[in-house]
Design a protein around this ligand. Structure first.
Ligand code: PMP
Length: 426
């Protein structure tokens, strides 16, 4: 019932693209799940700061001091945005992928990891990089309740263990469906496991509160949160991060370094977030993320969610009128989801369909397997899980392909883009 927000101003609304049918049209950016355009507010804040850019934690000069202050106040802003508590750290990374690889590197020896096969490769694959970590892959559930039951059963079967981690997405990058994060967190904790939330697709669409969801860590990317300047976040419990070897070794992560009498080197590493942030940090990227957090909070998530849900319903209803279209879903057509939907069109190669949306209507969507190959293969009812290239246009025009089309939209999407998309599919 929240008052519906107007679309937030984003960059790129004035980009015109040529159509094969002649003329040009405003580009409809309906692939924000891959990367979202910058919010105008983020761009303005970054532009206002840019002349004052300086090194972070590395200079006595005015601009270094200013940049250091902005970098650290951005950390505090992100911590507020995520509802972090006393024992939490906010580590700045390059992206969600980087954040989850950092956490994988920081796992205590012999941790058991539990992950659904439905995850994006960024949350599916980092754990295998650790030779001493046993990964249990869980089958795709067909209801949120089944997800919780599947996890509980797997945790119980593997007990006892000293340390366990569950990795789960908040909103699927393929179906947009919301996962029962609170319930999965409760199940993990009941079995003495920890849980990390891949919020890459949740944070741009919904408030993410670490304490309220009761998750141990959250990872997300700036470029999907309307802050496309190359930074990401891993936030959550400090203990494993403090105890782990630094993710990158170098300046900034080390408090003191001294030669030893035996000729070697002694390093005293920081135990703060700096431990995993060696090298000169991406202050612009981090500042942009904080600006996006502020802008979304001030705009009000309730109104943003209310409007996005109207767009979801519009797309659902529009696609439902086209008999050749099948919308992909694990939890059923009516399951709650963010503004991310994938579908296939009977008799069409998905890559050709997406190319036609671009060439004939100026609409940018994504086609492929969305870096979630096992999930898409399951959703498409593929007989085999044999490897296929991510996003490869398999098959000829007019021939059904083993990939799908994804449309995604959010806080900056005007109604007209969604209307044009629905009309184009029809
Ligand atoms: N998780 C999910 C659910 C995603 O959608 C993505 C990006 N498509 C990632 C992780 C990885 O994000 P990034 O490419 O920014 O590291």
């Amino acid at each position: 019932d929240a008052a519906v927000c107007a679309p937030l101003p984003v960059l790129g609304r004035d980009v015109l693209v040529p159509l094969v049918t002649g003329g040009e049209v405003e580009y409809a950016a309906l692939d924000i799940a891959a990367s979202a355009p910058a919010l105008q507010r983020v761009w303005d804040d970054v532009a206002a700061y840019a002349p004052y850019y300086g090194s972070v934690h590395r200079g006595a000069g005015y601009l270094s001091q200013l940049s250091t202050d902005l970098f650290e106040s951005s950390r505090a802003e992100v911590a507020r945005f995520l509802g972090c508590g006393e024992g939490d750290q906010v580590v700045f990374t390059r992206s969600t992928t980087d954040s989850l690889n950092l956490l994988a590197a920081a796992l205590p020896a012999d941790t058991r990891v539990f992950v659904f096969e439905t995850e994006h490769h960024a949350s599916l694959l980092p754990w295998e990089q650790r030779a001493d970590v046993e990964v249990t892959y869980l089958d795709a559930p067909r209801t949120p309740g089944q997800a919780v039951e599947t996890l509980e059963r797997a945790l119980a079967e593997r007990e006892p263990y000293a340390n366990a981690l569950v990795c789960v997405t908040g909103a699927s990058n393929v179906t947009g469906e919301l996962w029962p994060v609170r319930e999965l967190a409760a199940a993990a904790h009941a079995h003495g496991a920890r849980i990390v939330l891949d919020a890459a697709q949740l944070a741009p669409h919904h408030p993410v509160d670490i304490a309220e969801l009761d998750v141990d860590w959250v990872a997300f990317s700036g470029h999907k949160l309307y802050a496309p300047f190359g930074a990401g976040v891993l936030a959550g419990r400090a203990d494993w991060l403090q105890a782990a070897e630094p993710y990158l070794a170098g300046g900034g992560a080390s408090r003191t370094v001294a030669r030893r009498a035996d000729g070697g080197v002694d390093v005293d590493w920081h135990t703060t977030a700096a431990r995993h942030e060696a090298g000169s940090p991406n202050v612009i990227g981090v500042y942009a993320i904080a600006a996006a957090c502020k802008a979304l909070t001030e705009a009000g998530f309730e109104g943003l969610v209310a409007r996005e849900q109207q767009l979801v319903e519009r797309v659902r209803a529009g696609l439902a009128e086209v008999p050749e279209v099948t919308v992909l879903s694990l939890f059923g057509d009516d399951a709650p989801r963010v503004g991310v939907l994938s579908f296939v069109v009977e008799g069409w190669n998905s890559s050709h369909f997406a190319a036609a949306l671009s060439a004939e209507y100026g609409i940018g969507v994504r086609d492929g397997l969305f870096c979630a190959h096992p999930l898409v293969r399951t959703l498409l009812g593929a007989e085999s899980q044999a490897p296929g290239e991510c996003g490869a246009p398999e098959g000829a025009p007019g021939e059904q392909s083993l990939n799908a089309i994804r449309v995604s939209f959010g806080a900056g999407t005007p109604d007209e883009h969604v209307e044009r998309f629905v009309a184009a599919v029809k």
